[in-house]
Design a protein around this ligand. Sequence first.
Ligand code: NAP
Ligand code: GCO
Length: 268
Amino acid sequence: MTFEMTSFSLEGKIALVTGAVYGIGFAIAESYAKAGATIVFNDLTQEGVERGLASYAEKGIKAYGYVCNVADEDGIQAMVKQIEEEVGVIDILVNNAGVIKRTPMIEMPASDFRQVIDIDLVAPFIVAKAVIPSMIKKGGGKIINICSMMSELGRETVSAYAAAKGGLKMLTKNIASEYGQYNIQCNGIGPGYIATPQTAPLRELQEDGSRHPFDQFIIAKTPAERWGEAEDLQGPAVFLASSASDFVNGHVLYVDGGILAYIGKQPE
Ligand code: NAP
Ligand code: GCO
């Protein structure tokens, strides 16, 4: 297909972004709306959905919100059916909803490990499984899984999260392999360290007003010498949701300011 700038347009598309009341999901959904898509999102609670609808309305976006736990397969199947009846067939799925527990592995109850795996890995499987049949009938679709630096690297206290995000990278490749024949492209976005509520504990100022040691660590590990903003993910997310990426499949696009390429700032 000959490239035109309209190749980045999402006009006429319906995008489901899970867990998109705020943070990375909200930023991605906002960029999709700017590109012309109709926005659908979910949250665990009605209060969260209302908060999200208000936030989208403040941006001039008429979004559709649904209460659903992404780890609840029956609930997701029912929600997708309801979306198809009320809004239309989902063209773009962003598996964004996620949690993290930061606990040394030998102190982490298996139940906590399983909960992180359920939400960060099993849920993207559940939601993709729910939307793919209609994508096939419609002639194609886009699935974008929000991976992580921990899809490639480990660090202390995040064993469950790294296992989930590593698995999510391989689930991304497998969906691409199994459904590419139906014109479905499944790719990942691997954000670096992004300033959202999820990483707020890692950026808290110390009692003496100094930056959190982890904050300083990330600055030293990032060539861009800054934390990412959720808005840094918007362009890559639009690219992967648009026809401009129709021959990109099974790829994880790291949007990390260069962390994965960099050994870290050398001593002065
Ligand atoms: P966040 O600020 O913690 O937001 C996570 C969102 O997911 C919240 O809206 C939350 O809803 C929702 N959620 C959690 N569990 C859910 C469930 N079971 N069902 C439905 N919604 C659920 O996270 P974020 O920083 O925006 O991160 C979004 C995604 O990017 C996550 O997958 C995260 O792992 C990934 N990521 C983040 C970073 C980063 O540095 N921030 C980097 C790489 C990857 P509630 O508010 O109702 O709990
Ligand atoms: C952590 C952070 C990271 C980021 C992100 C990095 O505790 O190390 O929360 O996991 O959220 O996943 O890409």
